[in-house]
Design a binder for this molecule. Structure first.
Ligand SMILES: [Zn+2]
Length: 358
């Protein structure tokens, strides 16, 4: 499995072509192991599905082989102290390799349910061409595991997305007489400093200390001798389960009013809600058992800050839980990305035990 993973890491899958090449590599490997694989194509993005077992319920294992760009040397896998370094080791070719090996290892006589393997190629650019497409085609399940790197912890929740694009309006004046105008950049600054006191930012939940508020984009100002009339400012807000994006937008708008600032805004991103898989979901309960059995440690449940392909699966009515769960690694999207090799073996074991649970 680790040798196969190393081969997979050599493929420069940060382009559509490269990701499709990685997909073919996975399909060939599975077929050589005697598995029946179907390759699908949507807008030139390839993905594969493979199915085993029978029964009333379906578990889906979802993994993506596309990666973000990396330095050349990151496509030459390197092992040091049980860590495998390389682009996409953690995020998430190790998860994919373990899912493939686990799929091969499944004993159909011990399977009381269907296990479906989904390998996709566009997660890093939004997942709409592959994971979302598969769900739209009816490839849905009762429970979904996305193999993102979680350190063998169970990511039960994820934050929702609210994007706010704001325009602050000032009043232009000559730069030598700024008191005669209203500086839109200063208005935006004043607003931003005050947002830290908004009620929605003070909230916390069992899984999260706070929502995520990132001031992502500012566009303003043209020349030294003018008081800027317009300042555009955009926020990427990740709200916690239980928070209402409309209420957050309302608090932001009310703040501008309270500060007497002229501000107009638009919201987007509402298609990504916050997700909750309940702790007492039977598949989560079984997963905790499988983790304990394999690692001798209690499972840790947590909430993920970012969004993953889980959101597409969760949209199907049949889906009662979609979690992120993957091996131990660090620095994904960074220069020293690695995955812990022992954790990849443990992860593979846990997947098999979980799928074959009574
Ligand atoms: Zn990922």
């Amino acid at each position: 499995m680790i040798d196969m993973l190393k081969e997979l890491i050599k493929i420069e899958s940060y382009t559509k072509k490269g990701a499709n090449e990685a997909l073919h590599f996975c399909a060939d490997w599975l077929e050589k192991k005697g598995q029946k694989v179907t390759i699908h194509d949507n807008n030139g993005f390839l993905m594969l599905t493979a199915t085993k077992g029978k029964g009333e319920e379906t578990i889906i294992w979802n993994g993506h082989v596309d990666v973000v760009p990396g330095h050349d040397e990151q496509f030459s896998p390197m092992v040091e102290q049980q860590r495998l370094y390389g682009r996409g080791t953690a995020d998430m070719r190790a998860g994919v390799a373990a899912m493939m090996q686990a799929f091969v290892d499944l004993d159909e006589n011990k399977l009381n349910r269907i296990v479906q393997l989904h390998i996709v190629t566009d997660e890093e650019i939004g997942g709409r061409n592959t994971s979302k497409w598969l769900v739209d085609q009816g490839f849905t399940g009762d429970f979904v595991i996305c193999g993102e790197p979680t350190g063998l912890k169970v990511g039960l929740q994820s934050k929702g997305i609210l994007h706010m694009d704001m325009t602050f309006k000032g009043q232009p004046a000559h730069g030598s007489r700024p008191w005669e105008g209203v500086n839109a950049i200063e208005s935006a600054m004043k607003f931003h400093m005050a947002t830290s006191e908004l009620p929605f930012r003070k909230e916390s939940t069992e899984y999260y200390d706070q929502p995520s508020v990132n001031l992502a984009i500012i566009k303003a100002g043209e020349r030294y001798n003018m008081v800027p009339e317009i300042c555009e400012m955009s926020y990427d807000i990740r709200y916690m389960p239980g928070q209402d994006p409309d209420e957050i937008a309302r608090q932001m708008a009310e703040l501008a009013d309270a500060l007497n600032l002229e501000m107009e805004y638009e919201t987007s991103g509402a298609s990504t809600p916050a997700l909750i898989t309940p702790e007492d979901n039977p598949y989560v309960v079984n997963l905790q058992k499988a983790i304990r059995q394999t690692t001798d440690k209690d499972a840790v449940l947590f909430g993920q800050h970012g969004a993953a392909d889980t959101r597409y699966y969760f949209a199907a009515p049949q889906c009662k839980g979609a979690i992120e769960f993957g091996p131990v690694g660090d620095d994904w999207h960074g220069n020293a990305e690695y995955v812990s090799i022992p954790s990849v073996h443990e992860y593979k074991e846990i997947l098999v035990t979980h799928a074959q649970a009574k």
